[in-house]
Design a protein around this ligand. Structure first.
Ligand SMILES: Cc1cc2nc3c(=O)[nH]c(=O)nc-3n(C[C@H](O)[C@H](O)[C@H](O)COP(=O)(O)O)c2cc1C
Length: 164
């Protein structure tokens, strides 16, 4: 590995940024994964970018899904980070192991989380991940919204369900 690439790897591994669970659905199929590669990218119109690994089970569905729901995790949501980050839809139905209800376009909204839904209006092939540009559709706030957010440093030792 080149010196620059090594330094980059070290720098990004030590950043802290919020963690999210992305969910999506097409017809009666549902999928979702833990994501850290995500950011608001426009205020007006309100828009958000989220990146999904091409290796994830979620990717196959994400690539044809019209709507995503993004959940902003809090420190009390570690169990959701583990469920959505360490297991894969290739092997289990994650939605049998958490509380959720159908949200916009039938996409699962996880109970007791802050969430927003967006229509996918653009896709960007970024490398080993694909970026999805979401245009805000709806959002909801949970009671625990004032608890500290769950950051990457708190979950960086989780073992991804898929190598990314
Ligand atoms: C700390 C952490 C951050 C992650 N960030 C992302 C991410 O930004 N995008 C992504 O596609 N996967 C990310 N993953 C990996 C997926 O969440 C993980 O491989 C998951 O098991 C995939 O589930 P699926 O195969 O059901 O889609 C991350 C995992 C961890 C532990």
């Amino acid at each position: 590995m080149s010196k620059g690439r090594e330094a980059f790897k070290h720098i990004v591994a030590n950043l802290d940024y919020p963690m999210f669970v992305l969910t999506t659905a097409v017809a009666d199929q549902r999928s979702g994964c833990l994501v850290g590669f995500a950011s608001q990218c426009s205020i007006d119109p309100p828009r958000f970018f989220v990146w999904v690994s091409k290796k994830n089970h979620t990717f196959a569905l994400a690539d044809k899904a019209p709507v995503f729901v993004v959940h902003a995790l809090r420190e009390t949501d570690c169990h959701l980070a583990r469920l959505f980050g360490e297991t894969t839809g290739d092997k289990i139905d994650k939605f049998e192991h958490c509380d959720w209800e159908e949200g916009p376009n039938g996409v699962p909204v996880l109970t007791a989380c802050d969430w927003f839904a967006g229509t996918v209006i653009d896709r960007n092939n970024s490398g080993d991940h694909v970026g999805y540009l979401l245009d805000l559709l709806d959002a909801g706030r949970a009671d625990h919204a004032k608890e500290p957010q769950l950051g990457f440093q708190a979950v960086r030792d989780l073992k991804p369900g898929h190598e990314s």
